[in-house]
Design a binder for this molecule. Structure first.
Ligand code: SIN
Length: 492
């Protein structure tokens, strides 16, 4: 599918020298960027490698290349794109172990979770390889006899994506797979901390036969100049971002000048409501899985746990026991449950949230302090009250604030009392309560007795200040499509 006149790609991500053993150096090859920056391991603080450091110049070049590549990519058939995506999926899975280790090295994700993320990331590619062939149009009735009316769905155009460090593979494929399946070209600025996983994905895309310029990766130590260049460029027609609400607001504002289509997956402050009819052991397992996944560094990790008074003591006892059993350590160790936090700023925020809560009267039932390096002990806090910082801001760390409630209405009111609306959870064995509470929660995702509901084929996204649009499933590809109305008057 690579045409003779295909544009020169900005990135030739040859990473043959990438080693799979700890602390060995990674290499890449970057044609245009004049500068490089180091990528470090949060577990050891050591530099893993240096990567191209892109700025405004590379951003402008990437927009031009994406636009030129779009002219031929949009004309490929859905069947061709589907085959290519399937080859990409197979290439990702064939490289599963190396991808997992690189992810673990660059952001500290425990290796077992990293392997699961590779499968999750490949799952998006597979889903959209299939979905590419189901971008249907419609023929609809006219009020006059000699007209035929059609609505067709076409790719929106070149896409600019900004992805976070907490899922260095899956948040890329959750955006890139539907975009490429729809016929869009894709320019990615990965998180400063995790460019290597994204570069490996681009390498796999190239190896699968991805045409030059369809998927470009622009690492940058300072996201602003490169992002501004792409945001200002009228040839970029769509922006998709996962990250904080603060940055999401800025991108929302910047997209206005060229009226780009926009998807935002922003911050959350997920409540977990545990009702007194819950099966306690199962409830504890689910809350632990939800809270401590990725050391608490996901947008959908619970940030506040509300337990109904009748089961509070029994729940807390088992929850503290389960928290103490978690293994904190080297992310490459097979037994590790909790790795380091991603960087010093992340650690500082977690420490400040715990100190603030304790200063305002919270009691530490387990953990409560930083360990060596960027590690923080999994922590359970009791006696938590609404004015504490961790009740208003996303902590993004292994901290479990536990609160008590009496009536269902009180729990729902407290759960909804936030500007965020990404994910919420409840545990109950009462079916009618499960429906009533799910429907009353002002959130985009509700997990009923399920602390880890995300799958590639379900809609992921929030309401209120948690974002716009949905990723995943059939909903996810709509974000990269425009609808065109064609009205045909039949010649008499
Ligand atoms: C996120 O934290 O943004 C993604 C979590 C998920 O996909 O479950």
């Amino acid at each position: 599918m690579r045409g003779a006149d295909a544009p020169e790609p900005l990135l030739d991500c040859r990473m043959d020298a990438l080693q799979t053993v700890r602390n060995d150096f990674l290499t890449d090859d970057w044609h245009a960027a004049a500068h490089r920056y180091p990528v470090t391991s949060p577990a050891t603080g050591q530099t893993l490698t240096e990567v191209a450091d892109c700025g405004a110049e590379e951003g402008r070049a990437a927009a031009r290349i994406a636009y030129d590549a779009f002219q031929s990519w949009r004309l490929t058939t859905a069947f061709e794109r589907s085959d290519l995506l399937m080859r990409w999926h197979d290439a990702i899975l064939a490289d599963r172990e190396r991808l997992a280790r690189v992810m673990s090295l660059e952001m500290g994700k425990p290796i077992r979770e990293a392997r699961a993320e590779v499968a999750y990331a490949a799952g998006f590619v597979r889903w959209y390889a299939e979905e590419a062939k189901r971008v249907y149009g419609e023929v609809f009735p006219s009020h006059v006899a000699d007209k035929r009316l059609l609505a067709i769905r076409q790719p929106v155009g070149p896409v600019f994506a900004v992805t976070p460090w907490n899922f260095p593979l899956a948040m890329v494929t959750r955006k890139a797979a539907p975009a490429l399946a729809a016929g869009c070209t894709f320019v990615l600025k990965p998180a400063e901390q995790t460019p290597l996983s994204a570069l490996l994905l681009a390498e796999a895309w190239q190896a699968a036969g991805g045409p030059a310029g369809t998927l470009q990766v622009l690492p940058a130590s300072d996201p602003v100049p490169v992002s501004d260049a792409l945001m200002e460029d009228p040839r970029i027609r769509k922006v998709t971002f996962t990250g904080s609400t603060e940055v999401g607001r800025i991108l929302y504002g910047k997209s206005a000048a060229t009226v780009k289509k926009l998807s935002l997956e922003l911050g959350g402050h997920a409540p977990y409501l545990v009702f007194d009819d819950a099966d306690l052991d199962r409830a504890v397992d689910q809350v632990v899985a939800c809270k401590y996944r990725n050391a608490g560094q996901t947008c959908v990790c619970t940030n506040r746990i509300y337990v109904q008074r009748g089961i509070q003591d029994a729940f807390v006892e088992r929850y503290v026991e389960a928290t103490r059993a978690l293994v904190v350590g080297d992310p490459l160790d097979e037994t590790t449950d909790i790795g380091p936090l991603v960087d010093g700023a992340g650690l500082d925020k977690v420490r400040e949230h715990v100190e603030d809560a304790v200063a305002k009267g919270a009691r530490v039932a387990s953990g409560g302090s930083a360990l060596d390096g960027l590690y923080f002990a999994p922590t359970v806090l009791l006696g938590v009250t609404p004015e504490m910082r961790l009740m208003q801001e996303e902590t993004f760390g292994p901290i479990s604030p536990i609160l008590t409630f009496d009536r269902d209405d009180d729990a729902v009111r407290a759960a909804n009392d936030t500007p965020y609306g990404l994910a919420a959870y409840l545990y109950t064995n009462d079916l009618s309560r499960a429906f009533r509470v799910s429907e009353a929660l002002e959130y985009g995702i509700v997990g009923v007795n399920d602390g880890v509901p995300s799958v590639p084929y379900a809609p992921f996204g929030g309401v209120k200040q948690s974002g716009l649009g949905r990723e995943g499933g059939p909903w996810g590809i709509d974000e990269f499509l425009e609808i065109k109305f064609i009205s045909i008057a039949l010649p008499r």
